[in-house]
Write a protein that binds this ligand. Structure first.
Ligand code: ZN
Length: 148
C-alpha cells in the first residue's frame, strides 16, 4: 500500500490515479513517458511552425492530431484513451489558428472565431470522456476532499 506524500496516510490509487483521501495525484512512473512524448512532438511541431514554415507546422500538428486520435481509439487502458483524446486538442488549437483566414477581419474577432470551433471540440471530448466513464460529474467523482 502506498503512502500519500501529501496527507501522509496509507492509501490506494483511485481509478483516476489519485489519493483516496486527499485526491493528491499518485501517477505511476511508467505512465510518465506518454505525456512527455506528446510534449516533445508538439514542441517540435511548434518549432517547425515558427522556424521552418507554417505549412509544415500544420502538417506536423495534423500528424500529431491523427496519432492522438488513433492512439485514443486503440489504447487498451481507459486512462491512455482519455489522455490521448485530451491531448488531441493541443494540435487542434494550432491547426485552427493557422488555417483560419483572418487577414481581413478585425483582430478583436480573431479569438472568438478561432476558439468557437475549439470550444465545440473540447465539449465533445468532455462528453466522450464522461460517457465512457458513465458519468457527467467528472471533477468530483471518485475524490474525497477533507473538510477544513
Ligand atoms: Zn493523500
Amino acid at each position: 500500500m502506498l503512502k500519500c506524500p501529501n496527507c501522509g496516510q496509507k492509501t490506494e490509487r483511485t481509478r483516476n490515479f489519485a489519493c483516496q483521501w486527499c485526491a493528491y495525484p499518485l501517477i505511476p512512473k511508467e505512465y510518465y513517458w506518454e505525456p512527455i512524448v506528446y510534449l516533445l512532438a508538439i514542441t517540435g511541431a511548434e518549432t517547425i511552425t515558427v522556424i521552418v514554415q507554417p505549412l509544415w507546422g500544420i502538417v506536423c500538428h495534423t500528424i500529431i492530431l491523427v496519432a492522438a486520435i488513433v492512439h485514443s481509439s486503440l489504447a487498451s487502458d481507459y486512462r491512455y484513451r482519455h489522455l490521448a483524446l485530451s491531448l488531441a486538442l493541443v494540435p487542434l488549437v494550432r491547426i485552427i489558428s493557422l488555417c483560419m483566414p483572418l487577414a481581413n477581419i478585425p483582430q478583436m474577432w480573431w479569438y472568438p472565431i478561432i476558439y468557437a470551433p475549439l470550444l465545440v471540440a473540447a465539449l465533445m471530448v468532455v462528453r466522450i470522456l464522461a460517457i465512457s466513464q458513465g458519468r457527467w460529474d467528472l471533477p468530483s467523482a471518485g475524490y474525497r476532499f477533507s473538510s477544513p
